[in-house]
Design a protein around this ligand. Structure first.
Ligand code: NI
Length: 198
């Protein structure tokens, strides 16, 4: 009997758009009659606070394309890479970047104070808005976006936060557009954003 080789992840294809499945789910859910407006499968409501103290919700950003990422400032490698590529994509978009609101939501609100986040994000791109909130608010936002995160103790009171790494693109009407793997290179992200905002 032949041994089946283990399936290998297709790394080169990881940044591909993952919209079709989500679009299907949306189509299915909108087919059923309902009294309330259909909630998007991914994204939707959040209530958080900017690093300069403004309380915002998803409704605050209606009219803009949202590029949302969840992470934390002391993340050793993934978050800095993603933010770097995000900044690079915004630069490549030129004037069209004005149609996009990049958002970084912390999953570590205890260590990520407003000041820490503001300083951290400005080192990548000042256009990226940092959002934080209470543990409950972060949890609710993460739930809307189907984000996984969990603090993991490193001993001695130190901890790291494991978290999923996806970029969420939300349409100006608040509906879900698509999901990109966090390791999408900046130029691919720029291409995708350009295609969407035009
Ligand atoms: Ni991270």
């Amino acid at each position: 009997m032949r041994t089946r080789p283990l399936a290998r992840p297709q790394r080169t294809a990881r940044w591909r758009r993952l919209a079709p499945a989500a679009a299907c789910a949306l189509a299915l859910s909108s087919a059923a009659p309902r009294a309330q407006p259909a909630a998007p499968a991914i994204g939707g409501h959040f209530a958080l606070t900017t690093t300069d103290g403004r309380e915002v919700t998803d409704a605050t950003y209606l009219g803009k394309w949202l590029l949302v990422y969840f992470g934390y400032t002391s993340c050793p490698d993934v978050c800095p890479t993603v933010l770097n590529e995000m900044g690079s994509a915004l630069d490549q978009l030129g004037g069209e970047a004005a149609k996009v609101q990049p958002i970084f939501v912390t999953v570590d609100p205890v260590r990520d104070t407003a000041k820490t986040m503001a300083e951290y994000l400005s080192s990548f791109d000042p256009r990226i808005v940092g959002l934080r909130g209470t543990a409950e608010q972060i949890e609710a936002a993460a739930k809307s976006y189907h984000v996984y995160y969990r603090a993991r103790s490193l001993g001695g009171g130190e901890y790291t936060v494991d978290h999923s790494s996806y970029l969420y693109l939300i349409k100006p009407d608040g509906g879900f557009a698509e999901l990109l793997a966090g390791d999408v290179p900046g130029h691919k992200l720029a291409d995708e954003l350009r295609r969407l905002v035009r």
